[in-house]
Structure formats: structure tokens, C-alpha cells
Design a protein around this ligand. Sequence first.
Ligand SMILES: Nc1ncnc2c1ncn2[C@@H]1O[C@H](COP(=O)(O)OP(=O)(O)OP(=O)(O)O)[C@@H](O)[C@H]1O
Ligand SMILES: [Mg+2]
Length: 260
Amino acid sequence: MKLTIEAVSKTFVNQRGKSLSVLEDIDLTVNEEEFVALVGPSGCGKSTLLNITAGLLEPTRGSVRFLDVAPGCIPRHAIVFQETGLFPWRSVEDNIAFGLECLGMEKAEKKERVKHFIELVGLRGFETSFPHQLSGGMRQRVGIARALAIEPDLLLMDEPFSALDAQTRTIMQEELVTLWEKTRLSTLYVTHNIQEAVMLADRVVLLSRRPGKVSKIVTIDIPRSERELPCYAETIAEFIREIWEHIAKDARAALLEVEE
Ligand SMILES: Nc1ncnc2c1ncn2[C@@H]1O[C@H](COP(=O)(O)OP(=O)(O)OP(=O)(O)O)[C@@H](O)[C@H]1O
Ligand SMILES: [Mg+2]
């Protein structure tokens, strides 16, 4: 499945009636089996764009379209947020089963599917644990398993690892690469973290702010599973430098800005 975001703009009106143009004329494509990272300074509209893509927000102008969908099929997307939003009263397996229950899946099939995804994200043995009994990294894995279990056509992720400590984050990034190679789902991934974007994505889309516009697209033409190798260290560092130089000015302005 292919996602196209066409000429999307979004204007919010704040409590004092002042309009704020957050996104302007965004054109973006996520191709079949492509991982696109969306990077930009705080407040540039990354979450807004992801929420519009997910249908949680209406764009002021423009449209979001899903192409190459099998005839008669309604495209399915799944979201992983920064805070996993797990149900605290449900066990790991019941959390993962939630989306399947909503789809009305029959019991035996649901059980089989949940088991598969628990194994895929490395949570075997924790099926009956509750979220408060898990580490932050494990909770994120439950969130990812819950998203993948419905077998979506598109995976949307909004800073899924930003609440994790640096080591756990690095491990989760590596795990996501392995997991993604198994599923190869069209993915739109929002992050502040340039290094993370360069390690994960096929293309990194940079958003400028006020209003958010696509300011640059960088293609990371190194096989994903080889990006950790020392022979690519210099090329990876060069990508990170290129992206940071492009967004540094915007990021500094964001830090100094006082919200009107
Ligand atoms: N519902 C809303 N009503 C009014 N303004 C909003 C609303 N949602 C977001 N905004 C404003 O839109 C701008 C972009 O917000 P958004 O959350 O998309 O940014 P972001 O790039 O995801 O930031 P961060 O990196 O900090 O998560 C911000 O200035 C925010 O205050
Ligand atoms: Mg955000």
C-alpha cells in the first residue's frame, strides 16, 4: 500500500481566536515497503501531520490518500504513540488482543495471532503480566505488538522511544530494524532524534516550522541492517551532520520562542 499526502495544510485557532498556520502545503509519499522518518524541531507540526494521516484530525486543506489497496479492502493503519496507552487493567496478551476484539476475530484465531506477536517482540513468559510489572522498553514492545497484531497496511509511530533511557532506546531501535525487516510495513515515523531517523529510515523528511513545510528530503542509501557496521560510520555521521546543519537554525529559534 502507498500513502500520499497531497497539499495538506492545517490551521488551528487558539482560545483567543488567533489563527496559527501549523502545516502548509505538505506533499509527501510513503511507498509500499518504505520507512519514512519525519524530523523537525519541536512544535513544527509532526504530530499534527501524523494525526491527520491517521484520520484523527481533519486537514484545513488537502487530502490523504491510500493507493494500491486491494479491491474492496479498507486500508488499516495502526499507531504507536510516545506514551503507549496500554490498558493498565489488561494483561500483556489482553492488551495485544484488544484490536483483534474490535475486529470481531474468532477466539482460536485471536489466541494464535496474539501468541505469534508476543514471540515476535520477545515477550514470551510475560503474557499474563500487567503493564505496571514491565519496564518502559517492554511496555513499548507491547504497544508495537498491539499495533502489528491487526496486520495494518500502514504503521504510524509518534516518537515511540522518546520516554526511554538512552541504552534501552538504542536496543529498541535495533529491535525495530529486525522487526521491520520481517514485516516491511509502509511506515511513517516521527522523531526528534536525527541519529534514530538515519538508522531507521529509507528517507528522512525534514519539516521546517511556522508554518511546517517540507524543507528537505534525504535518502539514506545504505542497507538498513548494515548501518551499524564500522565501514558505514563515516557516511552515517555525514548524513547526521547534513540534517543537523539544515534544521539547527529552526531548532534554536524554537528554543527561544515564547508561545503567543
Ligand atoms: N488542537 C490544537 N489546537 C491549537 N493548537 C494546536 C493544537 N494541536 C497542536 N497545536 C499547535 O500546533 C503546533 C504543532 O504541534 P505538534 O504537536 O504537531 O508539533 P510537534 O512537531 O509534534 O512537536 P513536538 O516535537 O514537541 O512533539 C504547536 O504550536 C501546537 O501548539
Ligand atoms: Mg509531537
